[in-house]
Ligand binder design. Structure first.
Ligand SMILES: Cc1cc2nc3c(=O)[nH]c(=O)nc-3n(C[C@H](O)[C@H](O)[C@H](O)COP(=O)(O)O)c2cc1C
Length: 303
């Protein structure tokens, strides 16, 4: 058995596989299938300052090799998360990453400050949600916006801070550098790509929000490219995600430069996907005689 442990921003992970924010809730439904202690970590559903009901349905649509969602950050708010969800998660012997968002930088900072006095291991600041009208992606699409929200959140917490980047930009590497300069300890990418489907019979968009975030296997090559570009541009560790659905995908993402991976849409099609991915990574490393998964981080040999 290969050593699957990795360190990201000073935090030890027993393996690099983390269910992505928004597809795993707070883990309760998945505990019925397997012990959450098998996972490297868990990124929780995006949490805001107060309860959000999210967007009107329909807000999920299937696409070939992927899905569109416009959930719109439905969540019970930070106080509920801290009092009702976090205590259960903190018992699970895995790294807990609280994913946060807000309509303004100040709201993000307020949420981060509340988490600062909890035991949560890491904070993932989502500056990239394409499905909310205010804030969300608006922060993440310019270097100035990304830097300014990172700065106020950095000042609000001493927890290791991961900033989650939007792929809906021209030059993701420069945005990664901007958040690194403001004190981000890590960056994670990619969030969903803005997409749209239309029902040709009714001529209505399939999603009530008209547009939504595209994820799943179809976005994988785009995610690998962006992780590779960002990993070459920053010194902080990169967490890669976008379309990972097998151990081989996870290995490929790590060869592109990711120190850990998150698994999103694949968890919706198969709740066991994260644990299968861990086993498949192990098998690949053993077959190749690679002793530690950290040996493959950034191991791609570009032409
Ligand atoms: C239903 C759904 C809800 C999501 N909610 C969030 C969220 O609350 N916060 C966040 O940062 N990302 C959210 N995401 C984005 C995922 O965490 C991930 O970045 C994206 O789906 C790409 O990975 P994938 O192709 O493996 O799904 C959501 C994705 C899906 C499919």
């Amino acid at each position: 058995m290969a050593d699957l442990s990795v360190k990201v921003a000073g935090v030890d992970f027993k393996n690099p596989v983390i269910p992505a924010s928004g597809v795993f809730g707070y883990g309760r439904e998945y505990e019925e299938f397997y012990s959450l202690s098998r996972l490297g970590g868990i990124a929780t559903k995006g949490t805001t300052g107060t309860l959000r009901t999210g967007n009107l349905p329909p807000r999920i649509a299937e696409t070939p090799m992927g899905m569109l969602n416009s959930v719109g950050l439905q969540n019970p708010g930070i106080d509920h998360f801290i009092s009702c969800e976090l205590p259960n998660l903190m018992k699970k012997d895995t790294v807990i990453i609280a994913n946060i968002a807000g309509s303004t930088p100040e709201e993000c900072a307020e949420v981060a400050a509340k988490l600062d006095s909890t035991d949560v291991h890491m904070i993932e600041l989502n500056i990239s949600c394409p499905n909310v009208k205010h804030g969300g992606a608006a922060f993440g699409v310019s270097c100035e916006g990304a830097a300014s929200v990172t700065k106020v959140v950095r000042n609000a917490t001493r927890k290791p801070l991961i900033v989650k980047l939007s792929p809906n930009v021209t030059d993701i590497a420069s945005i990664a550098k901007a958040v690194e300069a403001e004190g981000a300890d890590s960056v994670s990418l990619i969030n969903t790509l803005l997409g749209m489907r239309i029902d040709i019979n009714t001529r209505r968009p399939v999603l009530r929000n008209n547009c939504g975030g595209m994820s799943g296997p179809a976005v994988f090559p785009i995610a690998v490219r962006m992780v590779w570009q960002v990993a070459n541009a920053v010194k902080i560790p990169v967490i890669g995600m976008g379309g990972i659905s097998s151990g081989r995908d996870a290995i490929e993402m790590m060869m592109a430069g990711a120190s850990a991976v998150q698994v999103g849409a694949a968890v919706i099609t198969d709740p066991f996907a994260p644990v299968k991915i861990i086993d498949e990574m192990n098998q690949f490393l053993d077959e190749k005689g690679i002793k530690s998964v950290s040996e493959i981080i950034g191991a791609v040999k570009p032409w």
